[in-house]
Design a protein around this ligand. Structure first.
Ligand code: SAM
Length: 286
């Protein structure tokens, strides 16, 4: 186990640093200090990160760490850390390891007993969720939707009864097709939100039903996109179990034992749960 603040530690620390997702002002002061202080910064695309470095006058050496050199480069970075040097990991935008390279290096560091510390900041997922106005108590993040229709429909079909808001990253040229699949699989009334170009000049939030979204986004869509799908409407009746028992008793000639069975079926509850409710109802009425 690697814990923070244990005092003695022979190796360097891997800092997982979040960087802006558009607006360069969204770099935290702590992230800036860490990027200046570490010995080396591992970046997804060094040319891209150079712009951020130039903007802030950061002079720390940059090295590349991207999807296709993750394993080999990760070992080199681990070696650097084991030698006692500090390394910061950044991606092109947002939080590393979230639909971006980083997870493998973090795992290797833990295995090797190297400290890992997060420098939190922007992530398109959280920013989109925080502004979309869909339920946030529970949510699921699914990364990118599959590019092919068949696979995409399968993923969407699994959300028919989903009670959490589901968040996807989506490429602009696939948004229209993805929305058509949402409509086909989840119905035209399903609530969605599409957040485009977060923190940038042309930031846009669309909220509405799947049908309205299909109508709004036609033709060419540009920019970076987060697609959020609201929870399925709960089909459970609003009437309480006791009210249902009372109503069935008035409206039918069925014995209470049969009513309990029927109400249990409608509410998806066990017979004994509904039976308890029927006893409570009887007590209340006596
Ligand atoms: N690690 C990043 C993060 O924490 O947000 C995500 C990286 S992922 C490779 C890139 C995807 O994130 C984009 O294709 C888009 O779906 C979403 N994204 C990134 N920046 C965005 C922005 N400014 N507005 C909307 N979506 C964005």
């Amino acid at each position: 186990m690697t814990t923070k603040g244990t005092g003695e530690h022979c190796c360097g620390t891997l800092y997982v640093v979040a960087t802006p997702i558009g607006n360069l002002e969204d770099l935290t002061p702590r992230a800036l200090r860490i990027l200046r202080e570490v010995d080396l910064v591992a970046a997804e695309d060094t040319r891209h990160s150079r712009k951020l470095f130039n903007h802030y006058g950061i002079e720390t050496p940059l090295t590349s760490y991207f999807q296709h050199n993750e394993a080999a480069k990760g070992e080199k970075l681990l070696h650097t850390l084991l030698e006692g040097r500090d390394v910061a990991l950044i991606s092109d935008a947002g939080t590393p390891a979230i639909s971006d390279p980083g997870c493998l290096l973090v795992q290797r560091c833990h295995e090797a007993g190297v400290l890992v510390s997060a420098i939190p900041g922007p992530s398109a997922l959280i920013a989109a969720l925080s502004m979309a106005g869909l339920p946030t108590e529970r949510f699921a993040f699914e990364g990118f939707l599959p590019a092919k229709t068949h696979a995409r429909c399968q993923v969407l079909r699994a959300l028919r009864q989903e009670q959490r808001t589901t968040v996807f990253y989506e490429a602009p040229h696939r948004l229209v097709a993805a929305l058509q699949d949402v409509l086909a699989e989840l119905g035209e009334g399903r609530q969605v939100a599409i957040v485009r170009e977060l923190t940038k000049v042309h930031e846009e939030l669309f909220r509405g039903t799947a049908a309205e979204a299909c109508e709004h986004f036609q033709g060419k869509v540009r920019g970076e996109i987060v697609l959020l799908i609201g929870p399925a409407e709960q089909s459970a009746p609003e009437e309480s179990v006791q009210d249902a028992l009372r109503r069935w008793r008035t409206e039918t000639d069925l014995p209470m034992r049969e009513i309990v069975k029927q109400v249990a079926k409608v509410y998806g509850l066990s017979g004994s749960e509904v039976y308890k409710e029927s006893l409570a109802l009887r007590e209340e009425e006596e």
